[in-house]
Design a protein around this ligand. Structure first.
Ligand code: PIF
Length: 385
């Protein structure tokens, strides 16, 4: 019955809201934390749990797949220029959910923490694993009949006083078997403004080049324009698809939080627009409906997920339920456990090996096999918390 209702128009029985609103974190003195760690790599500083939202960076990567219908559309589009334009829309759509999210940061997963997401409605299966702790590196792989999506992400932080820049390193990949395409692109810089006071807001800026490594028919260039708070070009994206001879065959423009258009105004057509926000989203971390669903733990999944799945991480669950004190003490306990594991590994000269990914963080294709047989419940699993 669930399966039958899995058409995209149905919510598929997923929860429509979070169990508790975001806690008030106005008493957190971020300035004290940052001042005491000037010049330090902020990824090595343990942050108060109140700064977090109840999702981790693995789930964040999954969030970039909110608009997989664009990949389905690209996989059915014969014209390589149009296909590239739709890919550009997909690239931009991955940023749209960040618009209301300047208030908090994702949980930093523990080394070996995993996350799976099965979306029957999207025809997609996603897995991710934290493959390195210092520096934090997350790897993911998603499959559907129409596409494969993979990436590994790591960041560098730059704290500028009023703002903080997050410089991502890594390549995003999409494979479309229907045309033998393999697209790859880089990510832009993300900046969180007014870190210490005033209204926090997020900006993305820089250039993205989308290439098809299997064909030189065209490439796409996108510029995320660096604006300022008062100008009208906030969140603007401009770009084009260029053919082999260097001729512009598609003009693209829009805003990453509003949509992407192809052509020249006023006769341009819309390629993509984000969905509407759920009611009271401001009270609930600014999450979209898709984000709300990511950390849901359905009873029927409980025995199928590996115990390393983020849905079982207690501090994140406590935060989601609005239980901040428990979340804080559990975060500390779990981080200490991880320190003990690391110390033991160091002393015994053991190098951590990711469980579901191999070199350069490509999946080793064991996750879904093991899940089926013998089943994670019948296996030995790392004990992370
Ligand atoms: C802890 O992570 P936090 C630290 O890494 C700590 O060093 C480690 O101890 P160890 C703990 O085990 C970790 O849990 C710190 C850092 C983590 C990210 C990447 O969660 C996401 O306490 C960045 O946080 C995206 O956070 C930000 O890195 C998007 O999670 C906005 O560097 C940061 C972010 C800075 C926060 C600015 C606040 C903006 C709202 O002893 O093992 O080293």
């Amino acid at each position: 019955s669930r399966q039958n209702l899995a058409g995209s128009a149905f919510r598929n029985g997923r929860r429509p809201c979070l169990p508790a609103p975001s806690p008030d974190c106005s008493n957190i003195n971020l300035w004290n934390i940052l001042r005491n760690n000037i010049g330090k790599d902020l990824s090595k500083v343990s942050m108060p749990v109140e700064l977090n939202e109840p999702l981790n960076t693995l789930q964040h990567m999954c969030e970039e797949l909110e608009y997989t219908e664009l990949l389905d559309r690209a996989a059915d589009t014969e014209d390589p220029y149009e296909r590239m334009a739709i890919m550009a829309a997909f690239v931009i759509s991955g940023y749209s959910s960040t618009y209301y999210r300047a208030g908090s940061k994702p949980f930093n997963p523990l080394l070996g923490e995993t996350y799976e997401c099965i979306r029957e409605d999207k025809g997609m299966c996603f897995i991710a694993e934290q493959v390195s702790h210092h520096p934090p590196i997350s790897a993911c792989h998603a499959d559907s009949n129409k596409f494969t999506f993979l990436q590994d992400v790591r960041w560098k932080n730059k704290f500028w006083g009023k703002s903080m820049e997050i410089l991502p390193i890594g390549t995003v990949n999409v494979i479309l078997p229907s045309f033998g395409d393999h697209y790859e692109w880089n990510k832009v810089t993300t900046c969180v403004h007014n870190i210490l006071s005033g209204r926090r807001w997020i900006e993305h800026y820089g250039e993205i080049t989308v290439r098809n490594t299997k064909s030189s028919a065209c490439i796409c260039k996108l510029t995320f324009v660096k604006g300022n708070y008062w100008s009208s070009n906030v969140n603007e994206v401009q770009g084009f698809v260029m053919d082999q001879e260097g001729k512009v065959v598609r003009r693209l423009f829009g805003k990453w939080h509003e949509g992407l258009y192809c052509g020249v105004p006023p006769s341009a057509r819309c390629i993509w627009r984000p969905g509407s926000m759920p009611t009271d989203y401001e009270l609930y971390y600014g999450f979209t409906r898709f984000a709300i669903e990511l950390n849901e733990l359905c009873p029927e999944m409980q025995d199928l997920l590996p115990p390393t799945d983020a849905r079982f991480r207690p501090d994140q669950r406590h935060l989601e339920e609005g239980n901040v004190e428990m979340a804080a003490s559990e975060k500390q306990r779990i981080e200490d456990m991880q320190r003990t594991r690391r110390k033991w590994q160091d002393e015994n000269d053991i190098k951590h090996e990711p469980r579901f990914f191999k070199e350069r963080w490509v999946t080793n294709n064991t996750y879904w096999e093991l899940r089926k047989s013998p089943g994670f419940i019948n296996m030995e699993n790392p004990n992370l918390w």
